[in-house]
Write a protein of this length. Structure first.
Length: 387
């Protein structure tokens, strides 16, 4: 067997190769993080039979994604190594030296000791899913910030509009009115029939002529200030919010395609949608990385933090909030949803409330229970069947 170790960096990587006897076949060499560099690596290892070659590298965030995808597409077997493993080997050496060349040999040593996780098509799909989920989350946050900005702008030029629409000014109807007219002055000068038509169309018939009359009267008597610069902000904010909404819809379609391909049992849990399910399985990745539900709970940062000093040991501590922030959000949100979708979880929640625990702490207990269920169904690849 031939082991190739790659030490990942941002602009260039180092690689070396040894055989099963520890004989160095390729001295450490540098190659750039580019197609020229990748082709150089291929030319160096092309003399090795692919079925006898195992390439290893550390899980170093997105810096390793390109080279992993490239090598996997070329048919190479890839082993992903936890940096903790290479660090432990480094510390076991008499001289605790760290540099890119030496690290390549530490990686090959991890491969020989079988301290790696094999990279598969599942991992490639999970990688793409994680990228989409994290980008979607960023877009949602940007969209939320822009909606807050829009509310602030409307408070200046037409404050009465906030309470006129029960669902707020970011509803489809309110956004359409603002997009077309922006200011109360323009609304007050609009014909009733034109205003009524927009209201009826965007609200699916909920609003009629009486609403249009009321809105026009409200605009005539508005205490809002006339400020063209604020109107400009409103126009561009609405454009950006609508753009982000379309982007989220497109991403949701891509996420659904990958989720349907993976056919994960996570979607059999009541209340877990494609979006929540995709976040959970993409952030977890290979469930075999976790030896117990407690390890998964800690990875999500939902385990209790420990506070101890001398004889003192805190009995009421908060969650650690370490690990994946997005996974913690998804599990907590799913826990809130599942108590309205499943009797077992609802009864568990009400039991905790009856014990005197507040809503958030009770949801924390539900989250803990949900993690155990997720660990079980993903480990055994079985559907949820808790009645």
């Amino acid at each position: 067997m031939i082991f190739v170790g790659i030490d990942i960096a941002k602009f260039s990587h180092y690689a070396s190769a040894v055989n099963s006897d520890g004989q160095v076949l390729l001295e450490p060499f540098s190659f750039s993080n580019s197609i020229e560099g990748f082709n150089l690596l291929l030319s160096k290892i092309s003399c090795f039979a692919k079925d006898e070659c195992l390439i290893g590298l550390e899980a170093t965030g997105h810096y390793s994604d390109n080279i992993v995808s490239f090598l996997y597409s070329k048919g190479f077997k890839i082993g992903i190594i936890n940096p903790i493993q290479t660090d432990a080997l480094r510390k076991s050496n008499v001289r605790k030296t760290k540099n890119d060349k030496i690290d390549t040999f530490l990686i090959t040593e991890c491969l020989m000791l079988k301290k790696y996780t094999s990279f598969s098509q599942f991992d490639l799909d999970i990688l793409r899913l994680k990228t989409l989920c994290r980008f979607r989350f960023d877009i949602i946050q940007s969209k939320t910030r822009m909606k807050l900005q829009l509310n602030a702008c409307v408070d200046l030029i037409f404050p009465e509009l906030q309470s006129f629409f029960a669902t707020g000014i970011t509803s489809k109807t309110a956004m359409t009115i603002l997009e077309k007219y922006i200011s109360p002055k323009r609304i007050s000068k609009t014909r009733i029939d034109c205003l009524a038509k927009i209201l009826k169309t965007t609200s699916n018939g909920k609003f009629k002529s009486d609403t249009a009359i009321a809105l026009k009267d409200l605009a005539k008597n508005s205490i809002g200030i006339y400020n063209p610069s604020v109107e400009t902000q409103i126009r561009y904010l609405i454009e950006q919010i609508n753009l982000l909404a379309r982007q989220v819809n497109d991403i949701d379609s891509e996420i659904k395609l990958i989720m349907d391909k993976l056919n994960s049992p996570i979607l059999t849990i009541p209340g877990i949608s494609y979006n929540l399910g995709s976040i959970i399985i993409s952030e977890i990745g290979d469930i075999s990385r976790f030896s117990s539900p407690a390890k998964l709970l800690a990875y999500a940062g939902l385990d209790p933090s420990v506070k101890q000093s001398g004889c003192f040991c805190a009995t009421n501590s908060k969650i650690s909030k370490r690990g994946s922030k997005l996974l913690r959000y998804a599990i907590t949100y799913a826990a809130f949803t599942i108590i309205h979708s499943n009797d077992t979880f609802y009864n568990y929640y009400t039991t905790k409330r009856a014990e005197g625990k507040g809503h958030r702490k009770a949801i924390g207990h539900v989250s803990n229970k949900l993690v155990r269920v997720i660990f079980k169904i993903l480990t055994d690849n079985i559907p949820f069947n808790l009645s």
